[in-house]
Design a protein around this ligand. Structure first.
Ligand code: SF4
Length: 506
């Protein structure tokens, strides 16, 4: 059972119109996006009505040239999808992690569909109940299983992809960016009506290969041209004419703001802007918003790599020297944020080497992307103090996180968020900083180039784009402030849903 699972993923899929083997494209598309999930990876290809899958733990592996034919044999066909994934949960043994690895497949009575998905389902109770009627032994290790089974049921009912996807969009609440293949070899992708997670489309220069990727870097590595970001509520099919776009549902666009600050690679493009340019502007904003602190600082350093571009912005706007005093241990690749609970605290030491001579006796601004629990920032500050830093000011590009995420980022409860209960001044005290300066929400939004009502800012404002998430957040926040102990994802706490477990809060 996956009741306590929290997931986030990277999706890639591609189809060759000239029957080229697709595996190499999927492979590179995932290699470029391994930052979106490092605990497991999977490939699935399609040939003559059959799916061929390979799933394994850890990073997408290096493949030796001598082994490539073995891989082509294992994953034949000219259509394929892939996924990289992370999870943090009570069940983190290898067997459970592997069972939750995508792509996933659902089949019944001659119908079959495979999907790779990024996001998170909010109304899992309601959907699980519905799916169990058709699949009495249904259990799931990740939300992809729910989406895949729901899609299969709709396909069975209607035998029509557009209508099936439309119904999924209407009945699944949450974030879902999906690439999939039907039993007939129809390659498609779609996004939830709010377009919360990224998914873009692109093609090879000779017009042969058409692809979907969570981030544009998955297209870049294959030498593809980016065509468009899927619209919220849009289904895109690939046929002999290329992309065929169908708008099936329309909700308020609510693209995840956290993608800009933390999750995405700096060289990815969302709409028209490179993420690194947006992060530079975050840094300039932080200088403009905190002139007194900047006046009293000697140097700026960054937490690599998500703080680097913002630190350059701080340097540009303030004239302070950006001292490259934090260096990564290059081959330690785990991201602290996506490690398991017990690993999280210690890994900061393993990942980053701080150059003591550069910070000794200095008043230091440290640029970081976000403060979630505060534990890694606390360790960094302790280290800087030990190395003789005189003052430590933390500049945070993502505004203060005050609420959980329901849409696929690993911060599913109030109790794990230091910002849910404490002001910036209190947080500074708790983590040992001389000051904690968050970028303002207005400054953040302006820098992204999006309009405020085109972004999901749920974890910053408590206003979530989907109704069930909003209701659960409000109910649980009240109970959290009254001392409720949270376990797992908020929307999977059974007592919240009463006897019916329908996912509805009255
Ligand atoms: S709640 Fe926060 S992290 Fe989750 S999708 Fe919205 S902006 Fe992103």
């Amino acid at each position: 059972m996956g009741e306590q699972l929290k997931i986030a993923c990277g999706v890639f899929g591609a189809a060759s119109l000239k029957d080229q083997p697709i595996f190499p494209y999927i492979y590179w598309g995932l290699r470029a996006q391994n930052h979106r999930g490092h605990q497991s990876h999977g490939f699935l290809t399609y040939l003559n009505g059959e799916f061929y899958a390979y799933r394994s733990l850890d990073l997408v592996p290096k493949i030796r040239a001598s082994a490539i034919h073995e891989w082509f044999g294992r994953l034949p066909g000219s259509i394929g999808i892939g996924n990289v994934r992370y999870t943090t949960s009570g069940k983190t043994d290898d067997k459970s992690l592997l069972a939750g690895t995508q792509p996933v497949v659902a089949s019944k009575n001659g119908f079959k569909v495979a999907i790779s998905f990024n996001g998170n389902v909010v109304n899992t109770f309601q959907l699980k109940k519905e799916i169990c009627k058709e699949f009495p032994n249904f259990t799931y290790e990740c939300d992809a299983d729910i989406i895949c089974h729901k899609l299969l049921m709709e396909l069975k009912k209607r035998n029509h992809l557009e209508e099936a996807v439309k119904n999924c969009m209407e009945e699944i609440e949450g974030a879902f960016s999906v690439a999939g293949i039907t039993k007939d070899g129809q390659f498609f992708a779609f996004k939830d009506p709010h377009g919360i997670r990224p998914l873009c489309a692109g093609h090879g220069l000779d017009g042969d290969v058409y692809a979907f990727s969570s981030e544009t870097v998955g297209l870049d590595i294959n030498g593809f041209v980016r065509d468009f970001e899927l619209e919220p509520g849009e289904l895109v099919k690939v046929s002999e004419n290329g992309f065929e776009r169908v708008q099936l549902a329309k909700g308020r666009k609510a693209f995840c703001a956290f993608e800009f600050a933390y999750f995405a690679r700096p060289d990815s493009i969302f709409d028209t802007k490179h993420v690194y340019e947006i992060r530079e502007e975050f840094g300039r904003n932080l200088v403009r918003e905190n002139p007194e602190i900047v006046k009293n600082a000697d140097i700026v350093i960054s937490m690599p790599e998500t703080g680097d571009d913002a630190a350059f912005g701080v340097h540009e706007e303030s004239g302070l020297r950006w001292e490259r005093a934090t260096r990564r241990h290059r081959y330690v690749t785990e991201r602290a944020f996506i490690l398991l609970e017990k690993e999280r605290y210690t890994t900061i030491d393993k990942k980053i080497n701080i150059l003591a001579s550069k910070v000794k006796g200095k008043r230091v601004i440290v640029v970081d992307d976000s403060i979630v629990r505060g534990d890694t920032t606390k360790v960094t500050i302790e280290k800087l103090r030990m190395m003789g830093a005189k003052k430590v000011y933390i500049f945070v590009t993502f505004p203060r996180i005050v609420g959980p995420c329901f849409y696929g980022i690993d911060m599913a409860t109030y109790s794990q968020l230091i910002g849910a209960k404490h002001t910036p001044e209190e947080i500074a005290k708790i983590i040992g900083a001389d000051a904690v300066c968050y970028q303002s929400i207005d400054g953040f939004v302006k820098a992204t180039g999006f309009k405020r009502d085109e972004l999901c800012l749920g974890c910053l404002t408590g206003e979530y784009p989907t109704p069930l998430a909003q209701k659960i957040a409000a109910t649980i926040k009240k109970r959290f402030l009254e001392g409720l102990e949270e376990t797992g994802r908020l929307y999977e706490i059974p007592e919240l849903f009463g006897e019916s477990s329908t996912g509805k809060i009255d």
